[in-house]
Design a binder for this molecule. Structure first.
Ligand SMILES: Cc1cc2nc3c(=O)[nH]c(=O)nc-3n(C[C@H](O)[C@H](O)[C@H](O)COP(=O)(O)OP(=O)(O)OC[C@H]3O[C@@H](n4cnc5c(N)ncnc54)[C@H](O)[C@@H]3O)c2cc1C
Length: 400
Protein backbone atom coordinates (compact mmCIF):
# COMPACT_ATOMS: atom_id res chain seq x y z
CA UNK A 1 0.00 0.00 0.00
CA UNK A 2 1.49 3.34 -1.03
CA UNK A 3 1.04 6.22 1.32
CA UNK A 4 0.10 9.48 -0.41
CA UNK A 5 1.54 12.64 1.04
CA UNK A 6 -0.78 14.49 3.36
CA UNK A 7 -2.24 17.71 1.84
CA UNK A 8 -0.23 19.85 4.22
CA UNK A 9 3.10 18.51 2.94
CA UNK A 10 2.34 20.08 -0.45
CA UNK A 11 1.90 23.50 1.10
CA UNK A 12 4.67 26.05 1.10
CA UNK A 13 6.20 26.55 4.54
CA UNK A 14 4.81 29.24 6.79
CA UNK A 15 6.76 32.46 6.24
CA UNK A 16 6.77 34.61 9.38
CA UNK A 17 7.74 37.63 7.29
CA UNK A 18 4.87 37.13 4.86
CA UNK A 19 2.25 34.99 6.64
CA UNK A 20 -0.48 35.61 4.05
CA UNK A 21 1.79 34.88 1.08
CA UNK A 22 1.21 38.36 -0.35
CA UNK A 23 4.58 38.24 -2.09
CA UNK A 24 3.03 35.72 -4.50
CA UNK A 25 1.21 38.72 -5.98
CA UNK A 26 4.49 40.40 -6.92
CA UNK A 27 6.28 40.14 -10.27
CA UNK A 28 10.03 39.69 -10.63
CA UNK A 29 10.26 43.42 -11.46
CA UNK A 30 8.24 44.33 -8.36
CA UNK A 31 10.57 42.28 -6.17
CA UNK A 32 13.61 43.89 -7.79
CA UNK A 33 12.26 47.40 -7.05
CA UNK A 34 11.54 46.43 -3.47
CA UNK A 35 14.95 44.87 -2.93
CA UNK A 36 16.77 47.84 -4.48
CA UNK A 37 15.01 50.40 -2.31
CA UNK A 38 15.35 48.22 0.80
CA UNK A 39 19.10 47.83 0.22
CA UNK A 40 19.53 51.58 -0.37
CA UNK A 41 17.66 52.42 2.85
CA UNK A 42 19.69 49.84 4.80
CA UNK A 43 22.91 51.40 3.55
CA UNK A 44 22.13 55.12 3.43
CA UNK A 45 19.47 55.73 6.09
CA UNK A 46 19.28 53.08 8.80
CA UNK A 47 22.83 53.45 10.17
CA UNK A 48 22.40 57.22 10.64
CA UNK A 49 18.73 57.98 11.12
CA UNK A 50 18.61 57.75 14.91
CA UNK A 51 21.30 60.42 15.10
CA UNK A 52 19.54 62.64 12.55
CA UNK A 53 16.37 62.20 14.55
CA UNK A 54 18.08 63.10 17.81
CA UNK A 55 19.67 66.18 16.21
CA UNK A 56 16.36 67.11 14.55
CA UNK A 57 17.85 67.45 11.09
CA UNK A 58 18.28 65.70 7.77
CA UNK A 59 21.86 66.50 6.84
CA UNK A 60 22.88 65.69 3.29
CA UNK A 61 19.28 65.95 2.11
CA UNK A 62 20.41 67.17 -1.32
CA UNK A 63 22.74 64.21 -1.76
CA UNK A 64 20.03 61.83 -0.55
CA UNK A 65 17.61 63.38 -3.05
CA UNK A 66 20.07 62.84 -5.88
CA UNK A 67 20.58 59.23 -4.83
CA UNK A 68 16.82 58.69 -4.66
CA UNK A 69 16.61 60.24 -8.11
CA UNK A 70 19.24 57.78 -9.30
CA UNK A 71 17.07 54.94 -7.99
CA UNK A 72 14.11 56.28 -9.99
CA UNK A 73 12.16 56.89 -6.78
CA UNK A 74 11.24 60.54 -7.46
CA UNK A 75 8.05 60.91 -9.46
CA UNK A 76 8.37 57.15 -9.74
CA UNK A 77 4.94 56.33 -11.16
CA UNK A 78 4.87 59.30 -13.57
CA UNK A 79 5.59 58.87 -17.27
CA UNK A 80 8.15 60.76 -19.37
CA UNK A 81 10.31 63.76 -18.42
CA UNK A 82 12.95 61.52 -16.84
CA UNK A 83 10.46 59.76 -14.54
CA UNK A 84 10.64 56.00 -14.05
CA UNK A 85 7.09 55.21 -15.22
CA UNK A 86 6.83 52.48 -12.59
CA UNK A 87 3.54 50.86 -11.62
CA UNK A 88 1.51 52.08 -8.65
CA UNK A 89 2.34 48.82 -6.84
CA UNK A 90 6.07 49.38 -7.38
CA UNK A 91 5.77 52.96 -6.13
CA UNK A 92 3.92 51.64 -3.08
CA UNK A 93 6.58 49.03 -2.38
CA UNK A 94 9.22 51.76 -2.51
CA UNK A 95 7.22 53.89 -0.05
CA UNK A 96 6.94 50.94 2.33
CA UNK A 97 10.67 50.27 2.26
CA UNK A 98 11.56 53.94 2.71
CA UNK A 99 9.20 54.39 5.63
CA UNK A 100 10.49 51.18 7.23
CA UNK A 101 13.68 53.24 7.55
CA UNK A 102 12.00 56.51 8.55
CA UNK A 103 8.80 58.40 7.73
CA UNK A 104 10.93 61.50 7.08
CA UNK A 105 12.60 59.89 4.07
CA UNK A 106 9.28 58.66 2.70
CA UNK A 107 7.87 62.16 3.22
CA UNK A 108 10.72 63.66 1.18
CA UNK A 109 9.89 61.28 -1.66
CA UNK A 110 6.09 61.66 -1.38
CA UNK A 111 6.17 65.44 -1.42
CA UNK A 112 8.65 65.54 -4.28
CA UNK A 113 6.92 62.96 -6.46
CA UNK A 114 3.27 62.79 -5.51
CA UNK A 115 2.68 66.43 -4.63
CA UNK A 116 5.10 68.84 -6.35
CA UNK A 117 5.95 66.77 -9.47
CA UNK A 118 2.47 65.28 -9.78
CA UNK A 119 0.92 68.77 -9.76
CA UNK A 120 3.21 69.95 -12.56
CA UNK A 121 2.88 66.68 -14.51
CA UNK A 122 -0.92 66.67 -14.34
CA UNK A 123 -1.80 70.35 -14.45
CA UNK A 124 1.30 72.09 -15.85
CA UNK A 125 2.06 73.50 -19.30
CA UNK A 126 4.46 71.65 -21.56
CA UNK A 127 7.05 74.32 -20.83
CA UNK A 128 6.63 73.93 -17.03
CA UNK A 129 7.00 70.17 -17.39
CA UNK A 130 10.14 70.47 -19.52
CA UNK A 131 11.65 73.07 -17.20
CA UNK A 132 11.10 71.30 -13.89
CA UNK A 133 10.29 67.61 -14.12
CA UNK A 134 13.59 66.16 -15.43
CA UNK A 135 15.58 68.04 -12.78
CA UNK A 136 13.13 67.03 -10.07
CA UNK A 137 13.16 63.38 -11.19
CA UNK A 138 16.95 63.32 -10.90
CA UNK A 139 16.87 64.97 -7.49
CA UNK A 140 18.83 67.99 -8.69
CA UNK A 141 15.91 70.22 -7.72
CA UNK A 142 13.83 69.57 -4.60
CA UNK A 143 10.18 70.61 -4.66
CA UNK A 144 7.62 71.47 -2.01
CA UNK A 145 3.84 71.83 -1.98
CA UNK A 146 2.24 74.75 -0.17
CA UNK A 147 -1.42 74.27 0.66
CA UNK A 148 -1.79 74.48 4.46
CA UNK A 149 -1.86 77.91 6.11
CA UNK A 150 -1.63 78.90 9.77
CA UNK A 151 -5.43 79.33 9.97
CA UNK A 152 -6.50 76.85 7.27
CA UNK A 153 -5.51 73.20 7.56
CA UNK A 154 -8.29 70.64 7.15
CA UNK A 155 -10.42 73.27 5.41
CA UNK A 156 -8.10 74.79 2.80
CA UNK A 157 -11.00 76.38 0.88
CA UNK A 158 -10.70 79.43 3.11
CA UNK A 159 -7.01 80.01 2.36
CA UNK A 160 -5.89 83.64 2.44
CA UNK A 161 -2.80 83.49 0.22
CA UNK A 162 -3.76 85.60 -2.76
CA UNK A 163 -2.45 85.99 -6.27
CA UNK A 164 -3.48 89.22 -7.93
CA UNK A 165 -2.93 90.23 -11.54
CA UNK A 166 -0.64 93.18 -12.21
CA UNK A 167 -0.51 93.75 -15.91
CA UNK A 168 0.70 90.43 -17.32
CA UNK A 169 2.27 89.37 -14.01
CA UNK A 170 0.94 87.63 -10.92
CA UNK A 171 1.80 88.97 -7.45
CA UNK A 172 1.57 86.40 -4.61
CA UNK A 173 1.14 87.36 -0.97
CA UNK A 174 0.46 85.09 2.00
CA UNK A 175 1.82 82.44 4.35
CA UNK A 176 1.93 78.67 4.18
CA UNK A 177 2.61 76.51 7.22
CA UNK A 178 4.04 73.03 7.90
CA UNK A 179 5.52 72.66 4.43
CA UNK A 180 7.73 69.59 3.97
CA UNK A 181 11.01 70.31 2.11
CA UNK A 182 10.22 74.07 2.18
CA UNK A 183 13.63 75.48 3.16
CA UNK A 184 15.55 73.22 0.78
CA UNK A 185 13.22 73.50 -2.18
CA UNK A 186 14.27 75.04 -5.48
CA UNK A 187 10.67 75.15 -6.61
CA UNK A 188 7.41 75.48 -4.68
CA UNK A 189 3.96 74.60 -5.95
CA UNK A 190 1.82 77.15 -4.11
CA UNK A 191 -1.98 77.22 -4.06
CA UNK A 192 -3.60 80.64 -3.81
CA UNK A 193 -6.92 82.43 -4.18
CA UNK A 194 -7.39 84.45 -7.36
CA UNK A 195 -10.32 86.40 -8.76
CA UNK A 196 -11.23 83.20 -10.63
CA UNK A 197 -10.92 80.72 -7.73
CA UNK A 198 -8.02 78.70 -6.29
CA UNK A 199 -5.10 78.29 -8.71
CA UNK A 200 -1.69 76.61 -8.44
CA UNK A 201 1.55 78.50 -9.08
CA UNK A 202 5.01 77.20 -9.88
CA UNK A 203 7.28 79.42 -7.81
CA UNK A 204 11.09 79.32 -8.16
CA UNK A 205 12.22 79.85 -4.59
CA UNK A 206 14.92 82.37 -5.52
CA UNK A 207 12.26 84.97 -6.40
CA UNK A 208 12.46 88.21 -4.36
CA UNK A 209 9.88 88.17 -1.55
CA UNK A 210 10.00 84.38 -1.08
CA UNK A 211 11.43 82.96 2.14
CA UNK A 212 11.06 79.63 3.91
CA UNK A 213 12.07 79.68 7.59
CA UNK A 214 12.44 76.18 9.01
CA UNK A 215 10.05 75.08 11.75
CA UNK A 216 11.97 73.83 14.79
CA UNK A 217 10.96 72.14 18.05
CA UNK A 218 9.10 69.27 16.35
CA UNK A 219 8.78 66.05 18.33
CA UNK A 220 7.76 64.08 15.27
CA UNK A 221 9.28 63.74 11.77
CA UNK A 222 12.49 65.11 13.19
CA UNK A 223 14.55 63.71 10.30
CA UNK A 224 12.57 65.81 7.83
CA UNK A 225 12.67 69.46 6.82
CA UNK A 226 9.42 71.29 7.66
CA UNK A 227 9.05 75.01 6.96
CA UNK A 228 6.87 78.03 6.77
CA UNK A 229 6.58 79.70 3.35
CA UNK A 230 6.42 83.50 3.42
CA UNK A 231 5.25 85.11 0.20
CA UNK A 232 5.74 88.86 0.36
CA UNK A 233 4.55 90.25 -2.97
CA UNK A 234 6.34 87.60 -4.98
CA UNK A 235 6.14 88.69 -8.62
CA UNK A 236 5.73 85.92 -11.17
CA UNK A 237 5.27 85.92 -14.94
CA UNK A 238 1.86 85.14 -16.42
CA UNK A 239 2.92 81.59 -17.31
CA UNK A 240 3.72 80.67 -13.66
CA UNK A 241 0.13 79.52 -13.13
CA UNK A 242 -0.72 75.83 -13.61
CA UNK A 243 -2.99 76.19 -16.66
CA UNK A 244 -4.96 72.97 -16.47
CA UNK A 245 -6.87 73.31 -13.20
CA UNK A 246 -8.94 75.79 -11.23
CA UNK A 247 -10.40 75.12 -7.79
CA UNK A 248 -9.67 72.79 -4.89
CA UNK A 249 -9.85 69.68 -7.06
CA UNK A 250 -6.28 70.57 -8.12
CA UNK A 251 -4.59 70.19 -4.73
CA UNK A 252 -7.02 67.48 -3.62
CA UNK A 253 -6.13 65.19 -6.52
CA UNK A 254 -2.43 65.61 -5.70
CA UNK A 255 -3.18 64.75 -2.07
CA UNK A 256 -5.05 61.64 -3.13
CA UNK A 257 -1.95 60.45 -4.99
CA UNK A 258 0.30 61.16 -2.01
CA UNK A 259 -2.11 59.50 0.42
CA UNK A 260 -1.94 56.37 -1.68
CA UNK A 261 1.81 56.23 -0.95
CA UNK A 262 1.10 56.67 2.76
CA UNK A 263 -1.21 53.64 2.74
CA UNK A 264 1.91 51.60 1.94
CA UNK A 265 4.44 53.68 3.83
CA UNK A 266 2.69 53.43 7.19
CA UNK A 267 2.95 49.65 6.96
CA UNK A 268 6.73 50.06 6.60
CA UNK A 269 6.95 51.88 9.93
CA UNK A 270 4.70 49.21 11.43
CA UNK A 271 6.79 46.37 10.00
CA UNK A 272 10.01 47.79 11.41
CA UNK A 273 8.47 48.15 14.85
CA UNK A 274 6.89 44.71 14.70
CA UNK A 275 10.18 43.09 13.72
CA UNK A 276 11.98 44.87 16.54
CA UNK A 277 9.34 43.60 18.97
CA UNK A 278 9.57 39.98 17.76
CA UNK A 279 13.34 40.01 17.99
CA UNK A 280 13.24 41.51 21.46
CA UNK A 281 10.56 39.10 22.66
CA UNK A 282 12.65 36.12 21.58
CA UNK A 283 15.77 37.22 23.43
CA UNK A 284 14.64 39.22 26.47
CA UNK A 285 14.20 36.94 29.47
CA UNK A 286 12.09 37.61 32.55
CA UNK A 287 10.82 35.10 35.14
CA UNK A 288 13.29 32.61 33.72
CA UNK A 289 12.14 32.53 30.10
CA UNK A 290 11.94 34.68 26.97
CA UNK A 291 9.06 37.15 27.23
CA UNK A 292 7.92 35.93 23.78
CA UNK A 293 7.03 32.66 25.46
CA UNK A 294 4.32 34.28 27.58
CA UNK A 295 0.80 34.06 26.21
CA UNK A 296 0.13 37.75 26.79
CA UNK A 297 3.13 38.70 24.62
CA UNK A 298 2.11 36.21 21.94
CA UNK A 299 -1.40 37.67 21.88
CA UNK A 300 0.12 41.09 21.25
CA UNK A 301 2.39 39.77 18.50
CA UNK A 302 -0.42 37.83 16.84
CA UNK A 303 -2.72 40.86 16.82
CA UNK A 304 0.08 43.09 15.49
CA UNK A 305 0.85 40.60 12.71
CA UNK A 306 -2.83 40.36 11.75
CA UNK A 307 -3.17 44.14 11.39
CA UNK A 308 0.23 44.54 9.69
CA UNK A 309 -0.42 41.98 6.99
CA UNK A 310 -4.08 42.96 6.52
CA UNK A 311 -2.77 46.47 5.95
CA UNK A 312 -0.18 45.29 3.43
CA UNK A 313 -2.84 43.27 1.63
CA UNK A 314 -5.10 46.33 1.53
CA UNK A 315 -2.25 48.41 0.10
CA UNK A 316 -1.72 45.80 -2.63
CA UNK A 317 -5.40 45.78 -3.44
CA UNK A 318 -5.53 49.56 -3.75
CA UNK A 319 -2.31 49.51 -5.80
CA UNK A 320 -3.79 47.09 -8.28
CA UNK A 321 -6.90 49.25 -8.54
CA UNK A 322 -4.72 52.30 -9.17
CA UNK A 323 -2.80 50.46 -11.88
CA UNK A 324 -6.12 49.52 -13.46
CA UNK A 325 -7.28 53.16 -13.32
CA UNK A 326 -10.09 52.18 -10.93
CA UNK A 327 -9.00 53.65 -7.60
CA UNK A 328 -11.50 56.11 -6.13
CA UNK A 329 -10.49 58.84 -3.63
CA UNK A 330 -12.85 57.29 -1.06
CA UNK A 331 -10.90 54.05 -1.34
CA UNK A 332 -7.66 55.94 -0.72
CA UNK A 333 -9.29 57.49 2.37
CA UNK A 334 -10.26 53.97 3.49
CA UNK A 335 -6.65 52.85 3.17
CA UNK A 336 -5.06 55.90 4.78
CA UNK A 337 -7.52 55.86 7.69
CA UNK A 338 -7.01 52.18 8.39
CA UNK A 339 -3.32 51.75 7.76
CA UNK A 340 -2.00 54.79 9.62
CA UNK A 341 -4.30 54.16 12.57
CA UNK A 342 -3.27 50.50 12.75
CA UNK A 343 0.40 51.30 12.19
CA UNK A 344 0.49 53.65 15.15
CA UNK A 345 -1.21 51.02 17.32
CA UNK A 346 1.34 48.42 16.23
CA UNK A 347 4.18 50.80 17.16
CA UNK A 348 2.62 51.56 20.53
CA UNK A 349 2.16 47.86 21.30
CA UNK A 350 5.72 47.13 20.16
CA UNK A 351 6.83 49.85 22.55
CA UNK A 352 5.24 47.99 25.47
CA UNK A 353 6.99 44.74 24.52
CA UNK A 354 10.36 46.50 24.63
CA UNK A 355 9.62 47.79 28.11
CA UNK A 356 11.91 50.66 29.09
CA UNK A 357 14.08 50.04 26.04
CA UNK A 358 11.01 50.90 24.00
CA UNK A 359 11.47 54.58 24.72
CA UNK A 360 15.11 54.57 23.64
CA UNK A 361 16.39 55.72 20.26
CA UNK A 362 18.60 52.61 20.35
CA UNK A 363 15.50 50.90 18.97
CA UNK A 364 13.37 52.23 16.10
CA UNK A 365 9.99 51.83 17.76
CA UNK A 366 9.47 55.15 19.52
CA UNK A 367 10.88 57.04 16.52
CA UNK A 368 8.34 55.37 14.25
CA UNK A 369 5.51 55.91 16.73
CA UNK A 370 6.20 59.62 17.05
CA UNK A 371 6.68 59.99 13.28
CA UNK A 372 3.29 58.42 12.71
CA UNK A 373 1.68 61.15 14.82
CA UNK A 374 2.44 63.49 11.90
CA UNK A 375 1.41 60.93 9.31
CA UNK A 376 -1.90 60.56 11.16
CA UNK A 377 -2.50 64.30 10.74
CA UNK A 378 -1.06 65.27 7.37
CA UNK A 379 -2.66 64.47 4.04
CA UNK A 380 -6.02 64.54 5.80
CA UNK A 381 -6.52 63.80 9.47
CA UNK A 382 -8.26 60.64 10.72
CA UNK A 383 -11.40 62.70 11.17
CA UNK A 384 -11.32 64.02 7.58
CA UNK A 385 -11.11 60.49 6.20
CA UNK A 386 -13.91 59.35 8.51
CA UNK A 387 -15.99 62.23 7.13
CA UNK A 388 -15.10 61.29 3.54
CA UNK A 389 -16.21 57.70 4.18
CA UNK A 390 -19.22 58.82 6.21
CA UNK A 391 -20.38 60.96 3.32
CA UNK A 392 -19.80 58.15 0.82
CA UNK A 393 -21.73 55.70 3.00
CA UNK A 394 -24.71 57.93 3.79
CA UNK A 395 -24.80 60.53 1.06
CA UNK A 396 -24.84 63.14 3.85
CA UNK A 397 -22.09 65.76 4.07
CA UNK A 398 -21.02 66.26 7.72
CA UNK A 399 -17.98 68.46 7.06
CA UNK A 400 -19.69 71.64 8.21
C1 LIG B 1 5.27 67.24 9.76
C2 LIG B 1 4.19 67.82 8.89
C3 LIG B 1 4.42 68.02 7.53
C4 LIG B 1 3.43 68.61 6.73
N1 LIG B 1 3.70 68.84 5.39
C5 LIG B 1 2.80 69.56 4.64
C6 LIG B 1 3.11 69.95 3.29
O1 LIG B 1 4.16 69.58 2.73
N2 LIG B 1 2.23 70.74 2.61
C7 LIG B 1 1.06 71.17 3.18
O2 LIG B 1 0.31 71.89 2.52
N3 LIG B 1 0.72 70.81 4.46
C8 LIG B 1 1.57 70.03 5.20
N4 LIG B 1 1.25 69.67 6.50
C9 LIG B 1 0.03 70.20 7.10
C10 LIG B 1 -1.08 69.15 7.28
O3 LIG B 1 -1.59 68.77 6.04
C11 LIG B 1 -2.15 69.77 8.21
O4 LIG B 1 -1.55 69.82 9.50
C12 LIG B 1 -3.44 68.98 8.25
O5 LIG B 1 -4.14 69.16 7.04
C13 LIG B 1 -4.34 69.38 9.41
O6 LIG B 1 -4.48 70.76 9.50
P1 LIG B 1 -4.25 71.51 10.90
O7 LIG B 1 -2.97 71.05 11.48
O8 LIG B 1 -4.42 72.96 10.63
O9 LIG B 1 -5.39 70.97 11.84
P2 LIG B 1 -6.91 71.50 11.90
O10 LIG B 1 -7.51 71.49 10.54
O11 LIG B 1 -6.97 72.76 12.68
O12 LIG B 1 -7.58 70.32 12.72
C14 LIG B 1 -7.43 70.18 14.14
C15 LIG B 1 -8.31 69.02 14.59
O13 LIG B 1 -9.68 69.33 14.32
C16 LIG B 1 -10.25 68.28 13.57
N5 LIG B 1 -11.29 68.81 12.68
C17 LIG B 1 -11.20 69.84 11.79
N6 LIG B 1 -12.37 70.00 11.15
C18 LIG B 1 -13.21 69.04 11.61
C19 LIG B 1 -14.55 68.65 11.31
N7 LIG B 1 -15.27 69.26 10.35
N8 LIG B 1 -15.09 67.63 12.00
C20 LIG B 1 -14.37 66.96 12.93
N9 LIG B 1 -13.09 67.26 13.25
C21 LIG B 1 -12.52 68.29 12.60
C22 LIG B 1 -9.09 67.69 12.79
O14 LIG B 1 -9.39 66.39 12.30
C23 LIG B 1 -8.02 67.72 13.84
O15 LIG B 1 -8.15 66.62 14.70
C24 LIG B 1 2.18 69.00 7.30
C25 LIG B 1 1.95 68.75 8.66
C26 LIG B 1 2.93 68.17 9.44
C27 LIG B 1 2.65 67.92 10.91
Amino acid sequence: MSSSPSPSSKLPPFDAGDPLGVDDLLSVEDLAVRDTVRAWAADRVLPYVAEWYEQGELPGIRELARELGGLGALGMSLDGYGCAGASAVQYGLACLELEAADSGIRSLVSVQGSLAMYAIHRFGSEEQKQTWLPRMASGEVIGCFGLTEPDHGSDPAGMRTYAKRDGGDWVLTGRKMWITNGSVAGVAVVWAQTDDGIRGFVVPTDRPGFSAPEIKHKWSLRASVTSELVLDEVRLPADAVLPEVTGLKGPLSCLSHARYGIVWGAMGAARASFEAAVEYAKTREQFGRPIGGFQLTQAKLADMAVELHKGILLAHHLGRRMDAGRLRPEQVSFGKLNNVREAIEICRTARTILGANGISLEYPVMRHATNLESVLTYEGTVEMHQLVLGKALTGLDAFR
